[in-house]
Write a protein that binds this ligand. Structure first.
Ligand SMILES: [Zn+2]
Length: 465
């Protein structure tokens, strides 16, 4: 096929989107408010208010107030594992109304003293908005039982743990011993170390250190791991309390709920952790996609209503809809940006594979309000950038595609929020699902087939952050 030539007008539009974030979008700007200035008097530094509910369900819309600004929920947090979202600048994130960024304690652990010196994650990263860090437990455990391999498998029976000898991580009573494949050194992280690291990184919200099990682990092992996670939860709370004000603002801590796919384990841990002094809760663990709604219900029926809940590592539209309906307030996942880089772009009518769109002079999604679609950048152009032998051109594609997919996911949570506040969540959900999963533009058929099997495995902690 002949190499596509990008004309000057298009080139100017692309450069404008890449270099002047905010100017090409008709999104409402500055919805964020700085609660450090706005909140006075006896309001705590971190609090959650519920502003609307889905009648008869656990779902709600609200606002999480943090020292670095408010998060209107339901909300999607963009994943910047190392303190930045790959190929997307802080300005670009603000231009698509991103509200919060999630980074990882494991990946940032060696930089944490420097981050502390520079005033914490929000200032150090240049994002200057609300942030959350994951504990690093997932990353360390992934070295262990072979969880990384488990994530992508689509049949429960095929899930196996790596043989013990090949594991790079061993769970001990006070934490996890592991061999870091990057530095080739032995290392150790437990709840105490994780809290010290996270308090130096200084995100607004931290996650307690937990042990993630895999789908291959038995009920008995899950019970044992859960009891360890509950002991680690108390240590996390105690150590966190010592350091949470070290950087001059209050850092908050979420307890993390494990318990696999078992109702008794889920409910009992939700009760125990719910009675502890956490600021909110992370919902994690290994389970089948088809069990998501059920598991959220078990957890959220037991947790205190007035504290926010974060569903770890999911961003498929149906997962976000099920999550929001059953009481999850915030979400994160690497999928929108990672899939964008691999050519998978989201549209109202399902996803498309951009590589199949040579010669298509239309935008990715006519209904999309992202800066890329608003600037009229066509599928043909995006495909040409992705296919270009020039790395700088491909990098432009990575940025444009990531902006579009992130905006799609953020917009979905905004629409859910509005629908809850307007009392029409179910109507919105049904229409969205019909549009996204029923039509069949190129590529969307694959997504439907995945849904039909009902067996897509979910690992709700972070994928390969
Ligand atoms: Zn778009």
């Amino acid at each position: 096929m002949e190499e596509k030539q990008i004309d000057h007008k298009e080139e100017r539009e692309i450069d404008k989107v890449l270099t002047e974030p905010g100017t090409n979008t008709n999104l409402e700007q500055e919805k964020r408010t700085d609660s450090s200035n706005a909140e006075q008097g006896d309001k705590p530094p971190f609090w959650f208010e519920i502003e609307g509910r889905i009648p008869g369900k656990l779902g709600r819309a609200g606002t999480i107030h943090t020292p670095h600004g408010d998060i209107q929920t339901p909300a999607f947090m963009c994943v910047g594992t190392h303190g930045e979202v790959r190929y997307v600048s802080s300005e670009q994130l603000h231009s698509i109304s991103a509200q919060a960024m999630l980074s990882n304690g494991y990946h940032l652990r060696n930089k944490s003293p420097q981050i502390a010196q520079e005033g914490g994650l929000a200032a150090w990263s240049g994002w200057n908005g609300p942030t959350l860090t994951d504990s690093g437990g997932f990353q360390v455990m992934s070295l262990g039982s072979g969880i990384g391999k488990v994530v992508s498998m689509d049949r429960e029976k095929e899930v196996v743990n790596a043989p013990e000898k090949q594991r790079l991580a061993i769970v001990k009573e006070d934490g996890i011993e592991f061999h870091d494949p990057l530095t080739d050194a032995d290392d150790f992280i437990g709840p105490k170390e994780s809290m010290e690291i996270q308090c130096r990184i200084g995100a607004d919200i931290h996650m307690a250190f937990d042990e993630l099990t895999s789908l291959a682990d038995s009920y008995e092992y899950n019970k044992e791991a859960l009891e360890r996670t509950e002991r680690w939860a108390q240590i996390s709370l105690d150590v966190h309390k010592e350091h949470r004000d070290d950087l001059g603002y209050r850092q908050s801590l979420y307890g993390v709920l494990q318990g696999g796919r078992w109702e008794d384990l889920r409910r009992s841990t939700a009760k125990k952790l719910g009675a502890m002094d956490f600021d909110g809760y992370g919902l994690g663990g290994a389970f089948l996609k088809s069990d998501l709604g059920k598991i959220l219900t078990w957890c959220n029926e037991e947790l205190p209503e007035g504290k926010p809940r974060h569903l770890l590592g999911l961003s498929r539209p149906d997962d976000i809809l099920i999550g929001a309906e059953n009481g999850a307030d915030t979400f994160d996942c690497v999928a929108p940006t990672r899939e964008a880089r691999h050519g998978r772009l989201y549209t109202k009518y399902g996803f498309i594979n951009i590589e199949k769109y040579a010669g298509y002079d239309e935008v990715i999604d006519e209904t999309c309000d992202c800066p890329v679609c608003q600037a009229g950048i066509t599928k043909d152009t995006l495909r040409a950038l992705l296919k270009s032998p020039d790395p700088a051109e491909r990098e432009k594609y990575f940025t444009l595609a990531s902006i579009h997919n992130l905006r799609f996911t953020i917009r979905l949570t905004e629409q859910i929020r509005q629908a809850i506040l307007d009392g029409r969540f179910e109507e919105f959900r049904d229409q969205f699902m019909k549009d996204y999963y029923s039509y069949s533009p190129k590529g969307a058929a694959d997504e439907r087939n995945v849904r039909k099997t009902g067996a897509e495995l979910q690992q709700t902690k972070g994928n390969t952050k």
